[in-house]
Write a protein that binds this ligand. Structure first.
Ligand code: MN3
Length: 256
């Protein structure tokens, strides 16, 4: 645990570094949750709430490559955290989801986003919803950060934040409060709600996708997201996200 701030990569990380780098070079617009191959090209994407992450691919879903190397966010978020949070937690949601829908022709024909919306609120499909939404939320979260990120945005996004919250500092306070006060596991979000930006928090796997809101940025506040690097200090993790990691270019793309 005391090696979590080292910049050295751990030998036990089950990631193909070349694949991760390829994902980084390809850029966020090429991130796919499906299983595109040269012989099975992706269909033309249709507009979604999150066009830079989502595709129209149906099951079986694959774990998308990280948009940067697993060491790229050190020392704030360590490769060791990625070795668990991405390579084990995120992967498990993908595997669980594929197992849950593989014998259901209707559900396995849907894109991830359509699947999430289809089963939301259906108590008989809670397992499908939880795993599908966690696949989507985590992919969105990796893209909500970048090396050298953080600080106030500029341009159109800053204007929208100022118009919606008063100024950037008031936004930071609102976002931090939501992330701190989400009791137990969940997520903090910046969303576009009909042209006005808002901060939300959701529990467990819940996502603003199902509320018809356009997601701009998210922060995972499950303990597995920060315990290796920050132990119990969730407020320090939130501050580090906002000051050093948040990817405002991704948020601006999501504004559309
Ligand atoms: Mn997580």
């Amino acid at each position: 645990m005391n090696s979590s701030h080292t910049s050295q990569s751990s030998p036990d990380i089950p990631l193909d570094r070349r694949q991760v780098l390829a994902g980084s070079l390809a850029g966020a617009s090429a991130i796919a949750l499906g299983c595109a191959s040269p012989s099975n090209p992706s269909p033309t994407p249709t507009p979604t709430n999150a066009p830079t992450v989502m595709t129209t691919q149906a099951a079986p879903f694959t774990l998308p490559a990280l948009p940067y190397a697993d060491t790229a966010l050190e020392p704030v978020m360590s490769a060791k955290t990625f070795s668990f949070h991405y390579a084990k937690h995120h992967k498990a949601y993908v595997d669980n989801l594929n197992n849950l829908v593989k014998d259901n022709a209707e559900l396995s024909a849907l894109s991830l986003e359509a699947l999430i919306k289809k089963v939301a609120g259906d108590s008989t499909k809670a397992g499908v919803f939880n795993n599908a939404a966690q696949v989507w939320n985590h992919t969105f979260f990796w893209n909500s950060m970048r090396p050298g990120g953080g600080g106030a945005p500029t341009g159109r996004l800053l204007e929208k934040i100022n118009a919606s919250f008063g100024d950037y500092e008031k936004f930071k306070t609102a976002f931090s409060d939501a992330a701190k006060t989400q009791f137990g596991s969940g997520w903090a979000w910046l969303v576009d709600d009909g042209g006005k930006l808002a901060v939300l928090k959701t529990g467990n796997a819940e996502t603003p996708l199902t509320q018809g809101k356009k997601c701009l940025i998210t922060l995972d506040v499950w303990e597995h997201a920060y315990y290796l690097d920050f132990q119990n200090r969730r407020p320090d993790y939130i501050t580090a996200f906002l000051d050093k990691l948040v990817n405002w270019e991704f948020a601006e793309k999501n504004l559309g």
